[in-house]
Write a protein that binds this ligand. Structure first.
Ligand code: ADP
Ligand code: MG
Length: 487
């Protein structure tokens, strides 16, 4: 737990940013992906349908130009006959006309009758038709048909089939094989959709990131401001530049901070007034009680009573002093100050109490170690810390004060091996009037917090129940290292 000038704090949470980016990207991916997919499917289907229709009409055209009757004369070995050559020539012209790859005619046993590529002798069975048996069943029933898309050497093809009739019977069929050029266009189209989706996603990430930053930055600032106020550092104005809801929240927080500061000041003023009013009559009470005590003989029981009164009055006076210390607006006068004398003074003041409790005291502070502080006030801090340590070790223990320099800061540790503090006590440690002691004022650590803050220092508490407590002060060593000029 720390108190004093702001520390680096927790890692900022960036969940809004992540959520925003994620939802944006998801949205764009879904919209682009879905519309791209629908477009792709629609285009693919319509292009394929066009291709099918084209194939079927070419096949039908060729089939109507062939008489089923003449096909009967195409026997194996007659590839050189005039009839065969005339018919193949006819098919080749049609092939060139429609840009087909191959036009072929075959009988119901899938044996070749005519073929434009000239490699297929009459009567040889077409192995490739094995794959189109299902479609061809339709053709034998007198309908046209088409194959699905197939690839030959990575080039896409489709075949259209039409029946050839003789005497009302299907005697053969014609196949027209055409390269499916649309497949390439469709591939390019698909690739473009993917590229656009990718670019869209990248762009969205950028836009969402920017948006998230503009949104979360002021929130982060407010979080930091709230954290500072929570730590009791209410000097910093809560500033927000935006005029939106976040700006409104910032204004509200600033209003709250001002009211807290005002209430704090009012409270301290009141406390100071009350303490002052009580202090004067207390002085008189102590004085007159002292006079009465002096008049009474040593063995008198009333003398013991009056000495009890004096003791209580003194205690009250000490509490009142703490009240005043807490209430008095402090203006520190920082200057290079040796730490060792301050620690020694505090120890001297507490020596009787330490001796009474049987506490072993050790001090490790180099005589030349300096800090840029208000010496009188930091001595008050040391007294309060050491006093708490002493009061925590009623049955004896070790009190060690150790100071070192580190990175432009003087570090002073006040360590005890007393009972330590629970998490709950640590959380409320710097609260004014928080005490666990029967006769405590609860102002010791509140004063420590105030003074440390005013001296641009920090205090860290390491405490574990049953193990003891270390209070670590970090004090600036130079005027430049810490922004004194700003105050
Ligand atoms: P007070 O001493 O009047 O109780 P402080 O503000 O000085 O008020 O301390 C607040 C409380 O913090 C104490 O009542 C005590 O419970 C706890 N505390 C402070 N210092 C120590 C310490 N060194 N060891 C154990 N508890 C401590
Ligand atoms: Mg105390």
């Amino acid at each position: 737990m720390t108190k004093g000038k702001p520390t680096s704090g927790e890692r900022p949470r960036t969940r809004i940013g992540h959520k925003l980016i994620l939802s944006f990207v998801l949205l764009v991916m879904v919209v682009v992906g879905l519309s791209g997919w629908v477009l792709f499917e629609l285009t693919d289907r319509s292009l394929e349908r066009q291709m099918r229709d084209h194939l079927v009409s070419v096949a039908t055209l060729v089939s109507t130009n062939l008489s089923g009757n003449v096909l009967r004369y195409l026997h194996p070995g007659r590839e050189h006959s005039t009839l065969y050559r005339t018919l193949v020539g006819k098919l080749q012209r049609a092939e060139q006309g429609v840009g087909a790859r191959q036009i072929f005619v075959f009988d119901r046993q899938y044996r070749s009758l005519l073929d434009t590529d000239g490699l297929m002798p009459i009567g040889r069975e077409y192995p490739k038709l094995l794959f189109h048996r299902q479609e061809l069943e339709r053709v034998w029933k007198g309908h046209t048909a088409h194959s699905v898309l197939f690839y030959d050497d990575d080039v896409p093809y489709m075949t259209g089939y039409a029946p050839i009739f003789h005497d009302g019977e299907v005697v053969a069929a014609v196949g027209v094989e055409i390269g499916a050029g649309f497949v390439d266009s469709i591939r390019i189209f698909g690739r473009s959709v993917l590229i656009f989706a990718g670019l869209g996603a990248l762009l969205t990430v950028g836009v969402a990131w920017g948006l998230a930053r503009t949104l979360t930055r002021p929130i982060q600032k407010l979080v930091e401001a709230a954290r500072e106020i929570g730590r009791g550092n209410m000097g910093q104005e809560v500033a927000t530049a935006s005029d939106d809801e976040i700006g409104y929240l910032g204004e509200t927080m600033e209003e709250m901070r001002r009211k807290l500061v005002a209430r704090d000041a009012q409270l301290r003023l009141m406390l100071g007034g009350v303490a002052h009013e009580i202090r004067n009559p207390l002085g008189s009470i102590e004085l007159y009680a002292g006079l009465i005590a002096g008049d009474l003989p040593a063995g008198d029981e009333r003398k013991q009573h009056i000495e009890k009164v004096i003791g209580e009055v003194r205690r009250l006076n000490r509490v009142i002093s703490e009240f005043l210390e807490f209430a008095r607006p402090a203006q520190p006068q920082p200057q290079p100050t040796a730490l060792a004398p301050l620690v020694a003074d505090a120890a001297f003041l507490l020596a009787p109490e330490m001796e009474k409790a049987g506490i072993q005291y050790e001090m490790h502070v180099a005589p030349d170690l300096e800090a840029y502080i208000d010496g009188a006030k930091i001595e008050r801090v040391l007294i309060n810390l050491m006093k708490n340590a002493v009061q925590a070790m009623r049955d004896g223990g070790h009190l060690v004060v150790r100071a070192t320099a580190e990175g432009g800061e003087a570090i002073v540790e006040v360590a005890d091996d007393g009972p330590g503090m629970s998490e709950e006590v640590q959380a409320r440690l710097f609260e004014p009037f928080f005490t666990t002691k029967e006769k405590g004022s609860g102002l010791g650590m509140a004063v420590v917090g105030l003074i440390v803050e005013e001296n641009r220092g920090q205090i860290e508490i390491d405490s574990r129940q049953g193990e003891g407590t270390v209070c670590r002060l970090r004090l600036p060593q130079s005027k430049d290292g810490v922004p004194w000029a700003e105050s």
